[in-house]
Ligand binder design. Structure first.
Ligand code: NAD
Ligand code: DAU
Length: 372
């Protein structure tokens, strides 16, 4: 049996991080050190069942803290870094980008500097095989019209403060490869969905609002398009890129699954109508609700709202043999069932400052308009 590699994962307590940590430990190949600041977006229940695992160590800390990162390198001697920690919600970045600049730009820079110092002192094989994998987003490429796809060659054109901060971090990662030879890999993925996603994001927000009989706030006219990928498919791609990707390379990752927001919300409603009919919930019955789709409300649009994202994943398929496996309707059903089965996780996620955010974001938009 080969010895387990120790890897440093940042942001392992967030949505994608939780799924990735599970994949890495479950593979039997890795020991994971998870560095996470536990911001509002992290949920301590997400990895509660892994906490006692001898292959898992949690460190609460900030990725801007270079001394802390250096001490983790010193102590654990990792064979690589998978960097996910970030502020990730576009609407919050529009209200204020301060945290986005700090974490996504300054934090990534701190990670790169600490990694460079450690990597420079590695010898022989350890130095050759070390990898710094940076998890990024398709949003750095801007917005598509009705046709075409983003791929690795698409010029950067970030439109929101969030995507600008991710683009800046990608540029730093690229520069550290070009200038210092640091063996970096960047992945640019489309919209993830699945278990453990914080309820501010559209899919869990619609599921949980529907189950509470609250309005389903569709931004603008609902015609914006996203390319949805099941989170486990993304995590497999990240693991593969980390293990077999070429240093200096970037990989675009997508679900090959474009959905208009309004169609997505209708699909969520129809699955919920089937597995948790409003007629079986006394409060919703009293509300006179026959179908969750009656809750759909068109609200004021997101400023600068990107129209369409779609990814051409040909490079990672050709070079590494990766393909998305989870079909959308099956993945969406699995996701909805997960939220229905995990009320404690949902309660924890919805506690604290979350209510204030919802109040702020949606009060400004007004739940005024009727479905067209
Ligand atoms: P998330 O918001 O659910 O989780 C982010 C995690 O990072 C949280 O656990 C949080 O506590 C931690 N974190 C935030 N600031 C930190 C700091 N300063 N120091 C240490 N930890 C900190 O995000 P997610 O959706 O899981 O996204 C993870 C990564 O994947 C991000 O880099 C994001 O840009 C990228 N990405 C996300 C998607 C998506 O659809 N969610 C798609 C493509 C790429
Ligand atoms: O494309 C990858 C990106 O996907 C990631 O980099 C981001 O971290 C992640 O948050 C996600 O960004 P989006 O802005 O696409 O995701 P969000 O869930 O916020 O919104 C998805 C779509 O749904 C978008 O067109 C806006 C719309 N929307 C969103 C919310 C929260 C609504 O119509 N109503 C809502 O209440």
């Amino acid at each position: 049996m080969t010895e387990k590699q120790t890897v440093l994962v940042t942001g392992g307590s967030g949505f994608i991080g939780t799924n990735l940590v599970r994949l890495l430990i479950g593979s039997g190949q890795y020991r994971v050190v998870n560095l996470d600041a536990l911001t509002y977006a992290a949920n301590p229940l997400s990895l509660a069942d892994i906490v006692g695992d001898s292959n898992y160590e949690f460190v609460r800390g900030n990725i801007t803290d270079r001394q802390l990162i250096a001490s983790l390198f010193e102590k654990h001697q990792p064979t690589g870094v998978l960097h996910l920690a970030a502020e990730s919600h576009v609407d919050r970045s529009i209200v204020s980008a301060d945290d986005f600049v700090q974490t996504n730009v300054v934090g990534t820079y701190a990670m790169l500097e600490a990694t460079r110092a450690y990597w420079n002192n590695l010898a022989g094989d350890l130095k050759n095989t070390f990898r710094f994998l940076h998890v990024s987003t398709d949003e750095v490429f801007g917005s598509l019209g009705e046709d075409g796809y983003f791929s690795e060659g698409t010029p950067y054109a970030p439109n929101s403060p969030y995507s600008a901060s991710k683009a800046a971090s990608d540029h730093f990662v690229r520069a550290y490869h070009h200038t210092y030879g640091l063996p970096t890999i960047i992945t640019n993925c489309s919209n993830n969905y699945g278990p453990y996603q914080f309820p501010e994001k559209v899919i869990p927000l619609m599921i949980l609002n529907a189950l509470s009989g609250k309005p389903l706030p569709v931004y603008g006219d609902g015609s914006n398009v996203r390319d949805w990928i099941y989170v486990e498919d993304h995590c497999r791609a990240v693991k593969l890129a980390f293990e077999s990707g070429k240093p200096g390379e970037t990989y675009a990752i997508g679900g090959n699954n474009e959905q208009k927001n309004i169609d997505l919300v209708h699909q969520i409603c129809s699955i919920l109508d089937e597995i948790a009919p409003p007629s079986e919930a006394p409060r919703l019955r009293e509300q006179g609700l026959k179908s969750y789709s009656e809750l759909i409300n068109f609200v004021q649009d997101r400023p600068g709202h990107d129209h369409r994202y779609a990814i051409d994943s040909a490079r990672i398929t050709r070079q590494l043999g990766w393909q998305a496996e989870v079909e959308f309707e099956a993945g969406l059903r699995r996701t909805i069932e997960w939220y229905l089965s995990n009320p404690q996780w949902v309660d924890q996620a919805s506690s604290g400052s979350y209510g204030e955010w919802i109040e702020k974001n949606y009060a400004e938009r007004g739940y005024a308009q009727k479905e067209k």
